[in-house]
Design a protein around this ligand. Structure first.
Ligand code: FAD
Ligand code: SF4
Length: 311
Protein backbone atom coordinates (compact mmCIF):
# COMPACT_ATOMS: atom_id res chain seq x y z
CA UNK A 1 0.00 0.00 0.00
CA UNK A 2 2.81 2.41 0.90
CA UNK A 3 4.27 1.80 -2.54
CA UNK A 4 0.98 2.64 -4.25
CA UNK A 5 0.49 5.86 -2.33
CA UNK A 6 4.05 6.94 -3.03
CA UNK A 7 3.52 6.48 -6.75
CA UNK A 8 0.21 8.29 -6.59
CA UNK A 9 1.85 11.17 -4.75
CA UNK A 10 4.55 11.30 -7.39
CA UNK A 11 1.86 11.55 -10.04
CA UNK A 12 0.23 14.26 -7.95
CA UNK A 13 3.39 16.34 -8.12
CA UNK A 14 3.20 16.39 -11.90
CA UNK A 15 1.04 18.97 -13.62
CA UNK A 16 -1.59 17.87 -16.10
CA UNK A 17 -4.86 15.98 -16.42
CA UNK A 18 -4.73 12.42 -15.18
CA UNK A 19 -5.27 9.72 -17.79
CA UNK A 20 -6.38 6.19 -16.85
CA UNK A 21 -8.14 4.32 -19.69
CA UNK A 22 -8.34 7.54 -21.70
CA UNK A 23 -11.78 6.81 -23.18
CA UNK A 24 -13.23 10.09 -21.91
CA UNK A 25 -10.06 12.18 -21.87
CA UNK A 26 -9.00 11.46 -25.45
CA UNK A 27 -12.49 12.12 -26.73
CA UNK A 28 -12.29 15.63 -25.25
CA UNK A 29 -8.74 16.26 -26.44
CA UNK A 30 -9.66 15.14 -29.95
CA UNK A 31 -12.71 17.42 -29.95
CA UNK A 32 -10.57 20.30 -28.76
CA UNK A 33 -12.55 21.03 -25.60
CA UNK A 34 -9.66 19.92 -23.32
CA UNK A 35 -5.95 20.47 -23.79
CA UNK A 36 -2.63 20.55 -21.97
CA UNK A 37 -0.26 18.05 -20.38
CA UNK A 38 -1.42 14.54 -19.47
CA UNK A 39 -0.26 12.52 -16.45
CA UNK A 40 -0.66 8.88 -17.46
CA UNK A 41 -1.37 6.65 -14.45
CA UNK A 42 -2.60 3.55 -16.25
CA UNK A 43 0.51 1.57 -15.35
CA UNK A 44 0.65 2.54 -11.64
CA UNK A 45 1.36 -0.68 -9.77
CA UNK A 46 -1.17 -2.13 -7.34
CA UNK A 47 -4.32 -0.33 -8.48
CA UNK A 48 -5.60 -3.16 -10.69
CA UNK A 49 -6.74 -5.66 -8.05
CA UNK A 50 -10.02 -6.62 -6.38
CA UNK A 51 -9.42 -7.94 -2.87
CA UNK A 52 -11.70 -9.09 -0.08
CA UNK A 53 -10.73 -8.96 3.62
CA UNK A 54 -11.72 -11.63 6.14
CA UNK A 55 -14.71 -9.55 7.30
CA UNK A 56 -15.95 -9.27 3.69
CA UNK A 57 -14.92 -5.65 3.12
CA UNK A 58 -13.89 -5.38 -0.51
CA UNK A 59 -11.30 -3.08 -2.05
CA UNK A 60 -11.33 -2.35 -5.77
CA UNK A 61 -8.35 -0.59 -7.35
CA UNK A 62 -9.08 2.48 -9.45
CA UNK A 63 -7.42 0.92 -12.50
CA UNK A 64 -9.53 -2.24 -12.48
CA UNK A 65 -11.45 -2.24 -15.76
CA UNK A 66 -15.22 -1.84 -15.84
CA UNK A 67 -15.39 -5.26 -17.49
CA UNK A 68 -13.57 -6.80 -14.52
CA UNK A 69 -15.88 -5.07 -12.05
CA UNK A 70 -18.74 -6.70 -13.94
CA UNK A 71 -17.31 -10.20 -14.11
CA UNK A 72 -14.83 -10.82 -11.30
CA UNK A 73 -15.96 -13.57 -8.91
CA UNK A 74 -15.85 -11.24 -5.87
CA UNK A 75 -17.94 -8.44 -7.39
CA UNK A 76 -20.29 -10.60 -9.48
CA UNK A 77 -20.82 -12.96 -6.52
CA UNK A 78 -21.14 -10.44 -3.69
CA UNK A 79 -22.08 -7.09 -5.19
CA UNK A 80 -24.29 -8.17 -8.06
CA UNK A 81 -26.08 -4.81 -8.35
CA UNK A 82 -22.77 -3.09 -9.03
CA UNK A 83 -21.67 -5.88 -11.39
CA UNK A 84 -24.94 -5.69 -13.35
CA UNK A 85 -24.54 -1.92 -13.72
CA UNK A 86 -20.95 -2.35 -14.91
CA UNK A 87 -22.02 -4.93 -17.50
CA UNK A 88 -24.91 -2.71 -18.60
CA UNK A 89 -23.00 0.43 -19.56
CA UNK A 90 -21.34 1.58 -22.78
CA UNK A 91 -19.96 -1.16 -25.08
CA UNK A 92 -17.71 -4.21 -24.54
CA UNK A 93 -14.77 -2.28 -26.01
CA UNK A 94 -15.24 0.66 -23.63
CA UNK A 95 -15.74 -1.65 -20.65
CA UNK A 96 -12.43 -3.38 -21.41
CA UNK A 97 -10.47 -0.15 -21.86
CA UNK A 98 -12.06 2.09 -19.25
CA UNK A 99 -11.11 2.06 -15.58
CA UNK A 100 -13.41 1.98 -12.57
CA UNK A 101 -11.85 5.23 -11.28
CA UNK A 102 -12.25 6.96 -14.63
CA UNK A 103 -15.89 5.93 -14.83
CA UNK A 104 -16.54 7.76 -11.55
CA UNK A 105 -14.58 10.87 -12.55
CA UNK A 106 -15.49 11.29 -16.24
CA UNK A 107 -16.58 14.74 -17.39
CA UNK A 108 -20.15 15.63 -18.34
CA UNK A 109 -21.61 14.35 -21.61
CA UNK A 110 -23.59 17.54 -22.24
CA UNK A 111 -23.48 18.19 -26.00
CA UNK A 112 -22.79 21.90 -25.44
CA UNK A 113 -19.76 21.05 -23.32
CA UNK A 114 -18.50 18.46 -25.81
CA UNK A 115 -18.74 20.79 -28.85
CA UNK A 116 -15.85 23.23 -29.22
CA UNK A 117 -18.04 25.94 -30.74
CA UNK A 118 -20.96 25.84 -28.31
CA UNK A 119 -21.22 27.96 -25.19
CA UNK A 120 -20.90 26.34 -21.75
CA UNK A 121 -20.09 27.87 -18.37
CA UNK A 122 -18.22 24.67 -17.44
CA UNK A 123 -15.74 25.59 -20.18
CA UNK A 124 -15.49 29.18 -18.91
CA UNK A 125 -18.06 30.75 -21.26
CA UNK A 126 -20.64 33.21 -19.95
CA UNK A 127 -23.74 31.31 -21.08
CA UNK A 128 -24.86 27.78 -20.25
CA UNK A 129 -26.11 26.53 -23.61
CA UNK A 130 -27.91 23.60 -22.01
CA UNK A 131 -30.01 25.62 -19.57
CA UNK A 132 -30.99 28.22 -22.17
CA UNK A 133 -31.22 25.82 -25.12
CA UNK A 134 -32.11 22.16 -25.69
CA UNK A 135 -32.23 20.37 -22.35
CA UNK A 136 -34.80 17.64 -23.02
CA UNK A 137 -32.44 15.16 -21.32
CA UNK A 138 -31.53 17.64 -18.57
CA UNK A 139 -31.88 17.40 -14.82
CA UNK A 140 -35.14 16.88 -12.95
CA UNK A 141 -33.60 17.50 -9.52
CA UNK A 142 -32.07 20.83 -10.45
CA UNK A 143 -29.27 22.20 -8.25
CA UNK A 144 -28.92 25.36 -10.37
CA UNK A 145 -26.03 26.36 -12.63
CA UNK A 146 -24.98 23.58 -15.00
CA UNK A 147 -28.17 21.82 -16.04
CA UNK A 148 -26.91 18.50 -17.38
CA UNK A 149 -27.04 15.29 -15.38
CA UNK A 150 -23.97 13.52 -14.07
CA UNK A 151 -22.68 10.84 -16.49
CA UNK A 152 -21.46 8.16 -14.08
CA UNK A 153 -23.53 4.97 -13.96
CA UNK A 154 -21.30 3.41 -11.30
CA UNK A 155 -21.38 6.54 -9.12
CA UNK A 156 -25.11 5.93 -8.60
CA UNK A 157 -24.52 2.22 -7.97
CA UNK A 158 -21.89 2.95 -5.33
CA UNK A 159 -24.34 5.21 -3.50
CA UNK A 160 -26.69 2.22 -3.25
CA UNK A 161 -23.82 0.35 -1.55
CA UNK A 162 -22.72 3.18 0.78
CA UNK A 163 -19.22 2.73 -0.62
CA UNK A 164 -16.18 4.81 0.33
CA UNK A 165 -13.49 6.33 -1.84
CA UNK A 166 -9.79 6.32 -1.06
CA UNK A 167 -7.56 8.89 -2.72
CA UNK A 168 -3.89 9.78 -2.52
CA UNK A 169 -4.93 12.32 0.16
CA UNK A 170 -7.98 11.11 2.03
CA UNK A 171 -10.79 8.67 2.68
CA UNK A 172 -14.28 10.00 1.80
CA UNK A 173 -17.79 8.82 1.06
CA UNK A 174 -19.09 8.64 -2.50
CA UNK A 175 -21.50 11.46 -1.61
CA UNK A 176 -18.49 13.58 -0.58
CA UNK A 177 -16.77 12.76 -3.87
CA UNK A 178 -19.60 14.45 -5.76
CA UNK A 179 -20.72 17.08 -3.22
CA UNK A 180 -24.15 18.69 -3.36
CA UNK A 181 -24.05 19.83 -6.99
CA UNK A 182 -23.37 23.48 -6.15
CA UNK A 183 -19.83 23.46 -7.62
CA UNK A 184 -21.12 23.99 -11.14
CA UNK A 185 -17.82 23.87 -12.96
CA UNK A 186 -16.88 20.49 -11.46
CA UNK A 187 -18.03 16.90 -12.07
CA UNK A 188 -16.39 15.70 -8.83
CA UNK A 189 -14.61 17.35 -5.93
CA UNK A 190 -11.13 15.80 -6.07
CA UNK A 191 -8.37 18.39 -6.10
CA UNK A 192 -6.11 18.87 -9.12
CA UNK A 193 -3.66 15.98 -9.14
CA UNK A 194 -5.47 14.06 -6.38
CA UNK A 195 -5.53 10.42 -7.43
CA UNK A 196 -8.48 8.15 -6.73
CA UNK A 197 -6.74 4.95 -5.66
CA UNK A 198 -9.47 2.59 -4.38
CA UNK A 199 -13.17 2.06 -3.88
CA UNK A 200 -14.10 0.36 -0.60
CA UNK A 201 -17.31 -1.66 -0.41
CA UNK A 202 -18.80 -2.72 2.95
CA UNK A 203 -19.17 -6.47 3.64
CA UNK A 204 -21.78 -8.06 1.34
CA UNK A 205 -25.31 -8.88 2.48
CA UNK A 206 -25.95 -12.60 2.04
CA UNK A 207 -28.81 -13.45 -0.30
CA UNK A 208 -29.66 -9.88 -1.21
CA UNK A 209 -31.64 -9.34 -4.40
CA UNK A 210 -30.38 -6.79 -6.88
CA UNK A 211 -31.12 -5.19 -10.21
CA UNK A 212 -29.81 -2.52 -12.51
CA UNK A 213 -32.04 -1.06 -15.19
CA UNK A 214 -31.73 1.87 -17.54
CA UNK A 215 -34.22 3.66 -19.74
CA UNK A 216 -32.28 4.43 -22.86
CA UNK A 217 -32.90 5.72 -26.37
CA UNK A 218 -31.04 2.84 -28.06
CA UNK A 219 -29.88 -0.60 -27.03
CA UNK A 220 -26.22 0.20 -26.27
CA UNK A 221 -23.39 2.66 -26.86
CA UNK A 222 -25.44 5.40 -25.29
CA UNK A 223 -25.79 7.03 -21.90
CA UNK A 224 -29.14 6.33 -20.28
CA UNK A 225 -31.97 8.79 -19.82
CA UNK A 226 -32.63 7.47 -16.31
CA UNK A 227 -30.89 4.56 -14.56
CA UNK A 228 -31.29 2.77 -11.23
CA UNK A 229 -29.35 0.31 -9.11
CA UNK A 230 -31.46 -1.40 -6.45
CA UNK A 231 -30.55 -3.74 -3.58
CA UNK A 232 -33.24 -5.43 -1.51
CA UNK A 233 -32.80 -7.81 1.42
CA UNK A 234 -35.98 -9.81 2.00
CA UNK A 235 -36.73 -12.13 4.92
CA UNK A 236 -40.06 -13.88 5.54
CA UNK A 237 -41.76 -11.66 2.97
CA UNK A 238 -40.52 -8.43 4.57
CA UNK A 239 -37.98 -6.03 3.08
CA UNK A 240 -35.30 -5.72 5.76
CA UNK A 241 -32.80 -3.49 3.95
CA UNK A 242 -32.76 -1.41 0.78
CA UNK A 243 -30.28 0.55 -1.28
CA UNK A 244 -31.39 2.76 -4.17
CA UNK A 245 -29.00 4.80 -6.35
CA UNK A 246 -30.10 6.66 -9.48
CA UNK A 247 -28.46 8.50 -12.35
CA UNK A 248 -29.54 10.74 -15.20
CA UNK A 249 -31.64 12.96 -12.99
CA UNK A 250 -29.39 15.50 -11.28
CA UNK A 251 -26.00 17.22 -11.49
CA UNK A 252 -24.77 14.48 -9.14
CA UNK A 253 -25.69 10.80 -8.84
CA UNK A 254 -28.38 10.46 -6.16
CA UNK A 255 -29.11 8.07 -3.33
CA UNK A 256 -32.89 8.03 -2.81
CA UNK A 257 -33.02 7.75 0.98
CA UNK A 258 -36.74 8.65 1.11
CA UNK A 259 -37.50 5.72 -1.19
CA UNK A 260 -35.29 3.36 0.83
CA UNK A 261 -37.17 4.36 4.01
CA UNK A 262 -40.51 3.53 2.39
CA UNK A 263 -39.28 0.04 1.49
CA UNK A 264 -37.65 -1.09 4.72
CA UNK A 265 -39.96 -2.90 7.13
CA UNK A 266 -42.68 -3.29 4.50
CA UNK A 267 -44.09 -6.42 2.90
CA UNK A 268 -42.38 -7.22 -0.39
CA UNK A 269 -45.54 -6.65 -2.42
CA UNK A 270 -46.37 -4.84 -5.64
CA UNK A 271 -48.21 -2.20 -3.62
CA UNK A 272 -45.10 -1.45 -1.55
CA UNK A 273 -42.95 -1.21 -4.67
CA UNK A 274 -45.40 1.14 -6.40
CA UNK A 275 -45.69 3.41 -3.36
CA UNK A 276 -41.91 3.61 -2.99
CA UNK A 277 -41.33 4.23 -6.71
CA UNK A 278 -43.92 7.03 -6.72
CA UNK A 279 -42.05 8.72 -3.86
CA UNK A 280 -39.03 9.10 -6.12
CA UNK A 281 -40.76 12.06 -7.75
CA UNK A 282 -40.96 13.98 -4.45
CA UNK A 283 -38.98 17.20 -4.57
CA UNK A 284 -38.47 17.05 -8.34
CA UNK A 285 -37.99 20.52 -9.88
CA UNK A 286 -37.36 19.63 -13.53
CA UNK A 287 -36.14 21.97 -16.21
CA UNK A 288 -39.08 22.92 -18.46
CA UNK A 289 -37.95 20.64 -21.29
CA UNK A 290 -37.20 17.70 -19.01
CA UNK A 291 -40.55 17.37 -17.19
CA UNK A 292 -41.24 14.11 -19.06
CA UNK A 293 -38.33 12.46 -17.25
CA UNK A 294 -40.10 12.58 -13.85
CA UNK A 295 -42.61 9.94 -14.96
CA UNK A 296 -39.76 8.03 -16.55
CA UNK A 297 -37.88 7.99 -13.23
CA UNK A 298 -40.89 6.53 -11.42
CA UNK A 299 -41.43 3.89 -14.12
CA UNK A 300 -37.75 3.01 -14.32
CA UNK A 301 -37.53 2.61 -10.57
CA UNK A 302 -40.63 0.40 -10.44
CA UNK A 303 -39.22 -1.84 -13.17
CA UNK A 304 -35.91 -2.09 -11.31
CA UNK A 305 -37.71 -3.00 -8.06
CA UNK A 306 -39.67 -5.72 -9.86
CA UNK A 307 -36.51 -7.10 -11.44
CA UNK A 308 -34.77 -7.13 -8.04
CA UNK A 309 -37.60 -9.03 -6.33
CA UNK A 310 -37.53 -11.57 -9.17
CA UNK A 311 -33.73 -11.99 -8.78
C1 FAD B 1 -20.39 4.99 -26.52
C2 FAD B 1 -20.13 5.21 -25.06
C3 FAD B 1 -21.13 4.96 -24.14
C4 FAD B 1 -20.91 5.17 -22.78
N1 FAD B 1 -21.91 4.92 -21.88
C5 FAD B 1 -21.69 5.13 -20.56
C6 FAD B 1 -22.70 4.87 -19.60
O1 FAD B 1 -23.80 4.46 -19.90
N2 FAD B 1 -22.42 5.10 -18.30
C7 FAD B 1 -21.20 5.56 -17.89
O2 FAD B 1 -20.98 5.73 -16.70
N3 FAD B 1 -20.23 5.81 -18.78
C8 FAD B 1 -20.44 5.60 -20.09
N4 FAD B 1 -19.45 5.85 -20.98
C9 FAD B 1 -18.23 6.52 -20.52
C10 FAD B 1 -17.17 5.60 -20.05
O3 FAD B 1 -17.65 4.85 -18.99
C11 FAD B 1 -16.01 6.50 -19.61
O4 FAD B 1 -15.45 7.09 -20.76
C12 FAD B 1 -14.95 5.72 -18.88
O5 FAD B 1 -15.48 5.07 -17.76
C13 FAD B 1 -13.82 6.62 -18.41
O6 FAD B 1 -12.81 5.80 -17.84
P1 FAD B 1 -11.30 5.95 -18.30
O7 FAD B 1 -10.48 5.06 -17.46
O8 FAD B 1 -11.18 5.77 -19.77
O9 FAD B 1 -11.08 7.46 -17.88
P2 FAD B 1 -10.14 8.57 -18.53
O10 FAD B 1 -10.65 9.01 -19.84
O11 FAD B 1 -8.72 8.14 -18.45
O12 FAD B 1 -10.36 9.72 -17.44
C14 FAD B 1 -11.63 10.28 -17.23
C15 FAD B 1 -11.49 11.43 -16.22
O13 FAD B 1 -11.22 10.90 -14.92
C16 FAD B 1 -9.97 11.37 -14.42
N5 FAD B 1 -9.34 10.21 -13.77
C17 FAD B 1 -9.34 8.94 -14.26
N6 FAD B 1 -8.81 8.09 -13.34
C18 FAD B 1 -8.47 8.86 -12.29
C19 FAD B 1 -7.92 8.55 -11.01
N7 FAD B 1 -7.63 7.29 -10.65
N8 FAD B 1 -7.73 9.57 -10.14
C20 FAD B 1 -8.04 10.85 -10.48
N9 FAD B 1 -8.58 11.19 -11.66
C21 FAD B 1 -8.80 10.20 -12.55
C22 FAD B 1 -9.21 11.87 -15.63
O14 FAD B 1 -8.32 12.92 -15.28
C23 FAD B 1 -10.33 12.35 -16.53
O15 FAD B 1 -10.71 13.67 -16.20
C24 FAD B 1 -19.65 5.64 -22.35
C25 FAD B 1 -18.63 5.87 -23.27
C26 FAD B 1 -18.86 5.66 -24.61
C27 FAD B 1 -17.76 5.96 -25.58
S1 SF4 C 1 -25.54 22.23 -18.92
FE1 SF4 C 1 -23.53 22.24 -17.95
S2 SF4 C 1 -22.21 21.21 -19.39
FE2 SF4 C 1 -24.06 21.82 -20.51
S3 SF4 C 1 -23.68 23.86 -21.36
FE3 SF4 C 1 -24.56 24.20 -19.36
S4 SF4 C 1 -22.81 24.38 -17.98
FE4 SF4 C 1 -22.11 23.41 -19.86
Amino acid sequence: MLNIITQAEEAQGLRGEIRAGGTDLHDRYRAGVSSGAIVDIHKLVGLDQIEQAADGTTTIGALVSIDTVGNHAITAGNYSGLAKAANGLATPQIRWAASFGGSLLQRTRCAYYRHPDLSCTKKGDEVCGGRDGNHTNGVIFDKGGCSHHHPSTLGGSLLAYDARIKTSQRDITVAELYGDGSEHSRDHLLANGEVLTHVILPPPVAGEKTAYFRSISRFEAEWPIVECTVRLAVADGLITAAGVGVGGVSQIPLKLSNVETLLVGQAATQETLERAAAAAAEGANPLPGAVWKVEMLVGTLLTTFEMALAD
